[in-house]
Design a protein around this ligand. Sequence first.
Ligand code: GLU
Length: 559
Amino acid sequence: MDYQKLAELLFPHVTETPAAMEAKFPPRNLPEGAKVTRFAPSPTGFVHFGGLFPSTIGERLAHQSGGVFMLRIEDTDAKREVDGAAEGLIRTLEHYGIRFDEGAVIGEDGTICDKGDYGPYKQSQRGPIYHVFAKQLVSEGKAYPVFTTKEELEALNAADKKAEIKAKDWHEDQTEAREKMLEARNITIEEVEENLKAGNPFVLRILADGDPEKKLRFTDLIKGNLEIPENDEDFVLLKSDGIPTYHFAHAVDDHLMGTTHVIRGEEWLPSLPKHLMLFRYLGFKLPKFMHIAQIMRLDENGNKKKLSKRDMGANMDDYSRMGYAPACVCEYIMTLLNSNYEEWHMQNPEKPYTDFPFNIKKMSNSGCLFDFNKLNDVSKNIISRMSAKEVTEQVTAWALEYDPAFGAQLSRDPAMTEAIFAIGRGGKKPRKDLATWADAKPYMGFFFDYVQEDEYDESFDRADIKTALEQFLASYDPADDMNAWFEKVKGIARAIGYADDMKAYKADPTAFRGNIADVSMFLRVAVTGKLNAPDLYTVMQILGEDETRARITRMIETL
Ligand code: GLU
């Protein structure tokens, strides 16, 4: 077979050579040890929580080493593509602080454009590049065409989107598969010419030289040392529309873009024999690989399950709606990624997570467990250390979008809102009430409106409550400092036969009708409508004398 002639017949439009391509995308001029990584999503929907993993790892490894982090849009499967998904993806990643140095970006006109010298960064725009290397493989006898008729192809496409590849995956019946494969491999130049003349489409298949009985040694930076079988499958490189499969595009793109570390989901591990073959056939240096385990969750019965697309917590856009601050989600991801992150964070509470020396070796090689409780804990810690101003701004912005009525209340008097969020903040042990911005309303919405109801436990004598509230009104002076205020509350306790001191009460509960905590609670429920609320003295200060008195008076009338 004259492979050179075959290559010309199949790719008459390709005039460039692989060498010219290499010259167009020269090795990057980076410091020793700099890593070049990429996030390569397919624009088929939203950003999955599992997608934030590889992107965070890629971002950290590149930026920690003075390297480059790219965004490549893998849109070679037009049928699965969702309109606007790529733009949505870029915006979501940006929201989570995932900063790309190169790649697909949203331009001023709102459409996707390229930033960087190694593009295009959208695979659908790289057709001519793939064809250069496809032609090379054919000319070296490493790939060959398999023709179909248009009618056959249409029938396949109508049945199943991926049918074209699947139907010829000659692996179901091994003997038949082998025969078909050898037959297809033996196509002659004359047959090719006839098919081309008839306008028949073809897929381009690799001519595999592997022996699956033989194993290749391979080291994955996460999975460790592996032995993988050689590939003997003549898999598809180009589909009949000339668009590459993932495998082919991956090899060409990661080579030309200078990727040093391929970070991707472990679902690609079974395809690795194909990729090793491709890099070898094309004469490309093999990058390092990191295959990340799937993220797991616990189901209702406590069993581990994969975090699937439909699960709560999978879609990153849900987090915005639920009111999670991006910084909290990012930090939570760090705790999942590196086992020593939390320890580091406790020692460096003021430092951003980007200061943490992220280490591949500290990654678990089995699936991380996604857990909302843990996320909430991480989140509460972070929010407790934010300034009142920052919390005010973020809660208000969130509420204006997702709970406009509440947003309007918060923005009516920003200074008051900030004073509210300042309660219990700034000390050594700050309050940890908020895991999400949505938690703000149940926590402090009572400042704006609340339901005045008799929420007191049945065991309390209504007369005691009434008397306590009346005495408070009689003695209340907003000019009192916290001590004077509390002394008055103690005085009320004594006056109605309640212990003003918890120690004394605990020593002999029968000697009292109740205790000081009960009296504080009588006031708290009257003023906030809640059993748990931030420091009551400060709450009254912020509400002001009129509102405080009005609320207590209304409660007295209710009882
Ligand atoms: N487009 C592939 C995916 O979304 C990318 C895998 C990779 O990073 O190479 O799974």
